[in-house]
Design a protein around this ligand. Structure first.
Ligand code: ADP
Ligand code: MG
Length: 216
C-alpha cells in the first residue's frame, strides 16, 4: 500500500528530516509511527500524500510511483488526513464541514445528504450536525475531522498527532474510532510522540529518531 525505498528528506539549509528510510506498510495494516518531537514523523506522513517531495529515494502508494508526479490531486483523493489541530472551517456547520469533500468530489446532492448523515452517525455526532466547531469539545471536533477525512472512502487514513490536543479520555475514543475504521479495511498510519497511546492496543510500531528508523 505504501512503500519507501531509501528515502531521504533534507530541508534547506541542510536539515536531515529523514535519512535513508526504507519501509513497507501493507493494505489493511494499522501502524504507529512514533519517536520524539523532531524525529521526522510529520515529514514521513507528508511524503505519503505529497505534502512535500523527497530529496532522494522512491515512494510508491498503491503500487504507483509518486516520487515524480506533478499533480497530487488523484493521490490525495485516495488518502484521508487528520491533524492535531482539526482544521475545521469555523464558519461552517458540522454538517457542511463533512459535506465539503463530497461536493468537491462531485458527488450528487441527494447522495451527499445520506452520506453525511451516515458519517455523523458513525462518529456519534448526528445530533450536533447544525452546530459550529467552536460549540464542540476538542474530542468532538476531532471526530468531525475524522468523518470528513473518510467521506470519500479513502484507501489510507493518515493521522498526525490526532490526540495531541486532547485529554486522555478523549484520546482513547479517537484511537478506538481509528481502529474501527481500520477494521473496515482502511490502512491507518498514526503518528504520535505519546507512548501512552501506543499501549492502548497492540499494533505494529515503527520508531524513528533523528530521521532514521531505530526499531520496528
Ligand atoms: N518545512 C520545514 N523546513 C525546515 N525544517 C523543517 C520543516 N519541517 C520540519 N523540519 C525539521 O525537520 C525535522 C523533522 O521534523 P518533523 O517531521 O516535523 O518531526 P516530528 O513530526 O517527528 O516532530 C525537525 O528538525 C524539523 O525542525
Ligand atoms: Mg510532527
Amino acid at each position: 500500500m505504501i512503500e519507501f525505498f531509501h528515502v531521504t528528506k533534507i530541508y534547506p539549509p541542510g536539515i536531515y528530516a529523514l535519512k535513508d528510510v526504507t519501509l513497507k506498510i501493507r493494505k489493511g495494516e494499522f501502524v504507529y509511527i512514533t519517536g520524539p518531537s523532531g524525529a521526522g514523523k510529520s515529514t514521513l506522513m507528508s511524503l505519503i500524500y505529497r505534502g512535500t517531495r523527497p530529496t532522494d529515494g522512491k515512494i510508491f502508494v498503491r503500487g504507483n510511483d509518486i516520487t515524480g508526479i506533478d499533480n497530487p490531486a488523484k493521490l490525495r483523493r485516495e488518502i484521508g488526513i487528520v491533524f492535531q489541530d482539526f482544521k475545521l472551517l469555523k464558519h461552517r456547520t458540522i454538517y457542511e464541514n463533512v459535506a465539503i469533500p463530497l461536493l468537491i468530489a462531485g458527488v450528487k446532492k441527494e447522495k451527499i445528504e445520506s452520506r453525511v448523515n451516515y458519517l455523523l452517525n458513525f462518529v456519534g455526532l448526528f445530533s450536533k450536525r447544525w452546530a459550529y466547531p467552536d460549540e464542540l469539545s476538542g474530542g468532538e471536533q476531532q471526530r468531525v475531522a475524522i468523518a470528513r477525512a473518510i467521506a470519500n472512502d479513502p484507501y489510507i487514513l493518515l493521522a498526525d498527532e490526532p490526540t495531541g490536543n486532547l485529554d486522555e479520555e478523549m484520546a482513547i475514543e479517537i484511537i478506538y474510532l481509528l481502529k474501527e475504521i481500520n477494521l473496515k479495511g482502511v490502512t491507518v498510519v498514526l503518528a504520535t510522540h505519546s507512548t501512552e497511546i501506543l499501549s492502548l492496543f497492540p499494533a505494529r510500531i515503527i520508531k524513528i529518531d533523528h530521521g532514521e528508523i531505530v526499531s520496528e
